[in-house]
Each structure stands twice: as structure tokens, then as C-alpha cells.
Design a protein around this ligand. Structure first.
Ligand code: ARG
Ligand code: ZN
Length: 840
């Protein structure tokens, strides 16, 4: 059944307050609710309340027993035309809840995940984000720690009460109970509120909480300074949970995290892990204003909170670390995850207009492209106008459930701009292409930009969008003759002129990646790589050179491009540049990105040929840089104690990039030394990866497993690395063997993804001509779906690019998809995904 944005109707009642009592028991938890409803003008009964997998024990209205009509989706009951109190008692089975949605048990710990529509698995309720109410929660049980939203409101032997004064939708409800230990900190807000901060973990993990706590404090200070937003409760709790479908969840005052997104220590976490944890802590904290205080009217508006909050966490990371490095890594991620979505059968607008299962729309398009849209808006109106509009948003909409129209209106009101054309970014699916034409005559440079968007199922008749095109012009000597400007491309084709120039300038296009588009332009990349002042465009020049060299190798077997090798060598040797940036410069486009490029130019990608070309390029780079590898490696060793900051991380990134190249020349000798002497996970894991690649990984893998067998998060790395680094012929078999390992537990989403997700990330292994990986993936999706539909449906995206490949592969993938689709009782989540992908 499909739900449409256009069918939105407000709920007929106010929910004045909610009282919940939980009597915890693994298989028979009782949830007693007392909810006061008041009809809005014109409301007419009966009342429908959502409810799924609930055993109704009793129901009363104003103290009298009632007998609602119950279906698998909820209940319908006749109600008075005046305010009334609804009381219900239901029984639920947290231990049997393997879907990890609603109230469930994770390693003996009670926890909840309600977004988007999980609260209906806890009790009967109008489970929609525009119904906001004040919750009081009593938790009864023998568990040592019992948490819910808001402020503590009393506790005694076997019970604790919580009261959340801020009205909220049910998706922000949370409860946690278990044997937990807190690391406690303190924050005083700008207006003087003392806030107790806790990071709760299971016993044994206390040593991995300090970083998260610090990140939280930094986030709180940053949101005050940059957005003027203060925290609004006396306590802020974060809990680490081992079994969690996503990264984390912003429940009011009680953020629940996948343990992988919060637990950190130098010995067990890489620099990349630290950075991700810092960003997710910030993201969930920032939701307190962009999501919780101002929430979404309906789930079609998901990008209202997610796009904005991703944008805010990216700003935070740019401020805490290196802004250019953050921008480049975000673009890499956007191209890896969002572009394939936008250009394949799952394409949907940033604000979708229909869905079957909302959990399938927590996508890179809603999150990451949603954040790009905010970034474009900011670039178009300018920083000051952005601040003014956002302040107006908070003033005008605090306490409300809002829409994208509300968001754009504050920008129109604050700036006087008409944003009706800009709004197409929210309604049109697909990645626009921008082509560039240039002319030069009489000292005037003419730049013509042409935009186009391919029609898709959701956007059959695309219209021109507003594309902020940041650019600069460079002189032949490398000087900047026109500094960064933002051109506003609004027409399908539009020209811009720059006069008074002595010579034909060199265009530095799409600086900072100012719009999520594909640029079709034969730039002078060697020149830009050597001279561009914009760090993004300079990096992009290296990337583009690498890409065209690789594509030439794949198509014609040619050797890597000499211009690229020389340009990149100069950058890598340039000690004046940030080591993190130099490491990024050395990165090659992913094999999947190369496959997409081949497909777009009308070729059929051969995954093995792509793999071979990338390996050959690595080998050539190593030879080309052979005189420098050791020196740069040595010069970027960090002495002194480990710090997870950008400076040290950059050095380790460059040193590890050197090690990876060195391994191609020394057969793993240096990697073995680094492995044996590593004092942190960044060094240990990088060395292990090099050893596996050099076919020298056997002992180190065994040693690693022996060292870390007690640490689930580190063992996830051990599982995934073996798959990622396997030879293409062997990737599926490696994954299959690992699924038979005694520590493989497919019910744990992190472990499931560490093997099956890694297999899908191994481009040449997943798309091996045998088709074995497709079948293995289908087997596991079929097996997981009855237990955990959300994680299964998400994993189905591994097939979204299937139309890129040759007819034989397509046939094998179609067979895998059809086999999944034919499974009796397949979940709504997975059915929707398979249907959309298969229809391509
Ligand atoms: N709102 C959460 C976040 O972005 C994501 C939760 C999504 N969970 C889900 N089951 N759909 O931080
Ligand atoms: Zn979020």
C-alpha cells in the first residue's frame, strides 16, 4: 500500500499528556498508558490508534471498559465528542523482537528505537510526528539503571520516573534499562543551566567513553556559538547499544547509539572511527533543535530535519578539523552512495512524494543530498542572510511540526528572494549535468553553462534548477585573475562574461563542489592540479586525471598517464601541504565509480578489468614515487601519545598511504614491522590490510583475532577486512567461510554488514563472473528478512546498479532478485526495495 504526500490530513485530536508505565519482563513486558485526548474543532469519531504486535489486555475510556475493533495495524474505538482519558494495558515481547524496532533486548539490555514508526509496537497511539505531547514515564524492573526522556522525576526500589516537559512526537520516545555504567560530565549553558552529561555503557566499556563525552561538550558549545541554540533539560544521556539498525537516534534527552558510533579508544578505533563518532555525537545533539524542538509534519518532510542536521554536523566537523578535507571526503561519500541512488532505479526526490515503507527512505538522497541543498541555499543567499533566516525559523516554528514550505518561507521572508525555482531541488530526482563552453575575444571571457537532467520515473519532465556555480579564473602564470564568484545558473543554457582580461584565463570550475552535479568539462586538469587556489577543485583535478587515465587503461590497455603521475608526485612531495590533503590526493576513484563512468559513456563495465587497472595504477604510482616513499613514510610517523585530532590523523593517513605503496615494492616487509610495533588501531589495521594484499596476512590475521576476540567492534573490522582485501576470485568464498565462523551472528546488524556489506563493497568480488556472490547475498537476505526487515531492505541496495552490467550478469542478478521476491511472507520493507530495483 502506497502513501502519498498529497493525502496529508491533520489529526483530529490534541494529545494533552501521556503517562506510561513499563513493567519490564523479557517476554511479557506490560505497558500501561493513560493519555488525555481533546477533540479539535470539527473532529468526529471514531478514533484510530496505531498498534502492531501488541496484546491488548484492557482498554478504558474515562474509567469505563471499552472493546475496540483491533486489526494488525491498530485499533478503532468510539470516543466522546469532549476531552477524554484513554487507558490501555498491553503486553509485548522485547526478547522476541529481532527487528530492533520498538522495545527490544540487546544482550540483556532493554532499549528502544521508535523512529520512524516503532512506537506503535510499544502501545496504541497516534504514531505520527505531527502529534506532539508531554510524556511522563515510570519504569518498573530490577534492572540497575532505568532511563527515559527528559528529567528524572523520582526513583525508589525497583522503579524510576522521568518527565519530559517538552512536547514531542512519539518517534522521539526512548527507554533504556539494564546493567549500565556511566561516565559523567557537566556542561553549563550560556544562560546558566547546569546540565549533567552521561555516557552509559555496559560494564567493561567504561574506558571507551571519554572521547564521546568530549565530543558532546564541544557540540553543545558549538551550537551555542554558531546557531545560538542552548540545551533545554537538566540531563543529557547517551547510551551505547550493540544491536542497532542504524548509526544513532536523537531521542529527546536520551540519545541511543549503535556502540560503533560512540565507543572509542586509540587501541580499538581508527582515526576514521574517531572522526565519525565525533560527527554522529554532534549530529544527534544538533537534532535537539533541528528535529526535536522543531520536528516534521509528516515523514515526507524527513529531509527538513536530516538534511539540515547533516549540514550542521558537517559545519561542525569543518570547524573542529580541516574544512577542505571534510568537504572532499563528503564529496567522495556523496558520489559513492548518493549518485548511484540518484542515477538508478531507487532515484527519488530529496522530499519523496510517495512511499510504502518510510524506513526505506532514510537514504543518502534525503540525508546527504538534503544537506547539499542547504549548502546551496546558504551559498546563494550568503552567510548573513542564512543566519537571519535560520534565526527566524527557530523563532517562528519552535514547538511545531513543519514542512519544507515552512523552511523555504523563512528564507523568502528573511531575504525577499523568490525560492520557487530553487524548490525543484526538493521535488526533482536525479543528478543534473552541467556542461561548459568557453570563448575568448577582445579581452572578454565568455562562460556558457548548460544544465540538463535525465527524466526518471519520479521526474518524467525535468525543469531547470537553480545551480550555484562557484568558479574562479586563473592566469597562465597560476595567479588568480578572478577570485571565487558564485554564478547563478537558472536557465537551461546561460552565458556569463568577464571583461578586461589580458589573456585567455583558465577556468577553475565548481569550486568547493558548490552543487551536487556532474560536470562535463575537459578542464586543464594538469594546470589546475599544479596551480588552483581552491583546495576542492585542485583535488578534483587530480581525481579527474586519475579517472581518465584509468578509463584509458580499462578501454585500451594503455599505461597510466604520465602527466597525472608527475602532477601527483609534485603534490605528494610538497611538504607545505597538509598531510591529510596529500593523502587524499593519492586516492583513486572507486571501482564502482569507474563502472558508472563506463556505463554513462555507453560501455559495459568489466569488473575484473577495472580491478586490474586500479591495481596496475597502484603499482605504477609506487614505482614512480619509489625514491620518496620511505622518506615521506618516516617523516610522518607520530611521536608522543596518540591523539585523535586532525593533525595526527593526517600524518597517519599519509604514512599509511606511503606504506600501502611501499608494500607493492617490498612485499610487505615494512607492513610487518608496522604491524608488530603498532600502538593504535589506525596503524595496526592499515598494516594488516597491506599484509593481506601482499598475501602475507595469515599470521597477522590469526594474531589479530587472538588479541581482539573479546571486542565485538574490533572483530567486525577483522571480518570485513578479510572480505575487502580478498582477491576477486576469492571474495565470495571468503565471505561465505566467515558466515560459518562461530563468531558470525547474522542477527547483529554490525556483524551482518561486516561480512555481507563488505562483500558488496568489493566491486570485482561481488560482480565476479561466476555470479556466486549474487546468490550468496540473496540467500542471506532471504534468511535475515523474517527477523530484521529494516537491515535486509537496506542491504538490497547492493543490487541497485545492476543495469550497468552485461546481459549475463543482469540475468543472474534478476534471478537473485526474483528468488527474494518469491519468498512467502517477505516483509513490506524488502518487497518495496526489490520491486523498485527490479523494475529498472
Ligand atoms: N534520526 C536518526 C538519525 O539520523 C536515524 C534513525 C533512523 N532509523 C530508522 N530505523 N529509520 O540520526
Ligand atoms: Zn539525523
Amino acid at each position: 500500500q502506497t502513501i502519498y504526500l498529497k493525502d496529508y490530513e491533520p489529526f483530529g485530536w490534541e494529545v494533552e499528556d501521556v503517562h506510561l508505565t513499563f513493567r519490564l519482563a523479557p517476554n511479557t513486558t506490560r505497558v500501561i498508558s493513560r493519555i488525555r485526548f481533546a477533540p479539535k474543532p470539527g473532529a468526529r469519531g471514531p478514533l484510530f490508534l496505531h498498534g502492531e504486535a501488541l496484546k491488548l489486555i484492557s482498554a478504558r475510556i474515562d474509567g469505563s471498559d471499552v472493546t475496540p475493533e483491533v486489526t494488525p495495524q491498530g485499533l478503532t474505538v468510539a470516543v466522546p465528542g469532549a476531552p477524554f482519558t484513554w487507558e490501555a494495558e498491553v503486553e509485548i515481547d522485547p526478547e522476541g523482537n529481532t527487528a530492533l524496532e520498538g522495545l527490544y533486548l540487546s544482550n540483556g539490555m532493554y532499549c528502544t528505537q521508535c523512529e520512524a514508526e516503532g512506537f506503535r509496537k510499544i502501545t496504541y497511539y497516534p504514531d505520527r510526528p505531527d502529534v506532539m505531547s508531554v510524556f511522563t514515564v515510570r519504569v518498573e524492573g530490577n534492572e540497575l539503571v532505568k532511563l527515559s526522556n527528559g528529567n528524572p522525576a523520582g526513583s525508589g526500589a525497583g522503579w524510576a520516573e522521568w518527565h519530559d516537559p517538552w512536547p514531542k512526537p512519539a518517534y522521539l520516545f526512548a527507554l533504556v534499562a539494564g546493567d549500565l555504567r556511566a561516565t559523567t560530565g557537566q556542561f553549563t549553558t550560556a544562560s546558566g543551566r547546569d546540565v549533567e552529561l552521561n555516557v552509559w555503557v555496559r560494564p567493561g566499556d567504561e574506558g571507551k567513553t571519554a572521547f564521546a563525552l568530549e565530543a558532546l561538550i564541544k557540540s553543545m558549545a558549538w551550537d551555542e556559538k554558531v546557531y545560538g541554540r542552548e540545551y533545554d533539560l537538566d540531563v543529557f544521556n547517551i547510551v551505547a547499544v550493540d544491536d542497532f539498525n542504524m548509526g544513532a537516534m536523537e531521542n529527546k534527552g536520551l540519545n541511543i547509539f549503535n556502540s560503533s558510533a560512540v565507543l572509542a579508544s586509540p587501541e580499538t578505533s581508527t582515526d576514521a572511527n574517531f572522526e565519525r563518532i565525533e560527527a554522529i555525537i554532534a549530529h544527534e545533539y544538533f537534532h535537539n533543535w533541528t528535529g526535536n524542538r522543531i520536528t516534521c509534519r509528516d515523514w515526507f518532510q524527513l529531509c527538513l530535519k536530516e538534511g539540515l542536521t547533516v549540514f550542521r554536523d558537517a559545519q561542525f566537523t569543518s570547524d573542529m578539523r580541516s574544512a577542505p578535507v571534510k568537504r572532499i571526503t563528503d564529496v567522495i561519500d556523496l558520489r559513492a552512495r548518493q549518485f548511484p541512488e540518484d542515477q538508478g532505479p531507487l532515484a527519488h526526490p530529496v522530499r519523496p512524494e510517495s512511499f510504502q515503507e518510510i524506513n526505506n527512505f532514510y537514504t543518502a538522497t534525503v540525508y546527504e543530498k538534503g544537506a547539499e541543498v542547504i549548502g546551496m541555499l546558504k551559498r546563494l543567499v550568503g552567510d548573513q542572510a542564512y543566519d537571519k533566516a535560520v534565526s527566524l525559523y527557530f523563532d517562528r516554528h519552535d514547538g511545531q511540526a513543519c514542512t519544507i514550505e515552512d523552511w523555504l518561507t523563512v528564507f523568502e521572508d528573511a531575504t525577499g528572494r523568490d525560492l520557487s525555482q530553487f524548490k525543484r531541488w526538493y521535488s526533482q530526482a536525479g543528478t543534473p549535468r552541467v556542461t561548459v563552453e568557453e570563448g575568448f575575444a577582445d579581452g572578454t571571457y565568455t562562460l556558457t553553462l548548460v544544465q540538463s537532467l535525465a527524466p526518471s520515473a519520479t521526474t518524467p519532465d525535468p525543469q531547470p534548477q537553480v545551480i550555484p556555480f562557484a568558479m574562479g579564473l586563473l592566469g597562465r602564470d597560476g595567479s588568480e585573475v578572478v577570485g571565487t564568484q558564485v554564478l547563478e545558473l537558472t536557465e537551461a543554457r546561460q552565458s556569463f562574461t568577464f571583461g578586461g582580461l589580458a589573456e585567455q584565463p583558465v577556468l577553475s570550475p565548481l569550486r568547493g563542489f558548490s552543487a551536487p552535479v556532474i560536470l562535463d568539462y575537459a578542464a586543464d586538469n594538469a594546470f589546475l592540479l599544479a596551480h588552483d587556489t581552491d583546495p576542492f577543485t585542485r583535488w578534483e583535478a587530480a581525481r579527474t586525471l586519475a579517472k581518465s587515465s584509468l578509463l584509458t587503461t580499462i578501454r585500451h590497455g594503455a599505461a597510466p598517464d604520465q602527466g597525472y603521475l608527475e602532477g601527483i608526485a609534485a603534490v605528494v612531495r610538497d611538504a607545505a601541504l597538509d598531510p591529510a590533503y596529500r593523502a587524499l590526493m593519492l586516492g583513486l576513484p572507486s571501482q564502482s565509480e569507474l563502472a558508472a563512468a563506463l556505463h554513462h559513456s555507453g560501455d559495459i563495465p568489466d569488473p575484473q578489468a577495472i580491478y586490474d587497472a586500479v591495481k596496475a595504477m597502484g603499482r605504477t604510482l609506487a614505482d614512480h614515487l619509489s625514491d620518496d616513499l620511505r622518506d615521506i613514510y618516516t617523516a610522518h610517523q607520530v611521536d608522543g601519545p596518540y591523539a585523535p585530532d586532525a593533525e595526527q590523523a593526517g600524518k597517519r593517513a599519509l604514512a599509511n598511504a606511503m606504506l600501502s605503496l611501499l608494500t607493492k615494492l617490498d612485499d610487505g616487509a615494512q607492513a610487518q614491522i608496522q604491524y608488530d610495533n603498532a600502538t593504535n588501531m589506525t596503524e595496526q589495521l592499515a598494516a594488516l590490510a597491506c599484509l593481506i594484499r601482499a598475501d602475507k596476512g595469515e599470521d597477522a590475521l590469526a594474531d589479530f583475532a587472538a588479541q581482539w576476540s573479546g571486542d565485538r567492534l574490533v572483530m567486525d573490522k577483522w571480518f570485513s577486512l578479510q572480505v575487502l582485501e580478498a582477491k576477486p576470485d576469492n571474495a565470495a568464498a571468503t565471505a561465505e567461510d566467515l558466515t560459518e565462523h562461530p563468531d558470525f551472528n547474522y542477527k547483529n546488524p554490525n556483524r551482518f554488514r561486516s561480512v555481507l556489506g563488505a562483500l558488496a563493497m568489493h566491486h570485482a568480488g561481488f560482480h565476479h563472473e561466476s555470479g556466486y556472490a549474487y546468490g550468496l547475498m540473496a540467500d542471506w537476505l532471504i534468511r535475515l528478512d523474517p527477523l530484521n526487515p529494516q537491515t535486509t531492505a537496506r542491504m538490497c541496495t547492493v543490487f541497485q546498479t545492476w543495469k550497468r552490467y552485461d546481459p549475463v550478469r543482469q540475468e543472474m542478478i534478476a534471478a537473485a532478485l526474483d528468488r527474494i521476491a518469491a519468498e512467502p511472507g517477505l516483509s513490506r520493507d524488502t518487497t518495496e526495495m526489490i520491486t523498485r530495483i527490479r523494475q529498472a
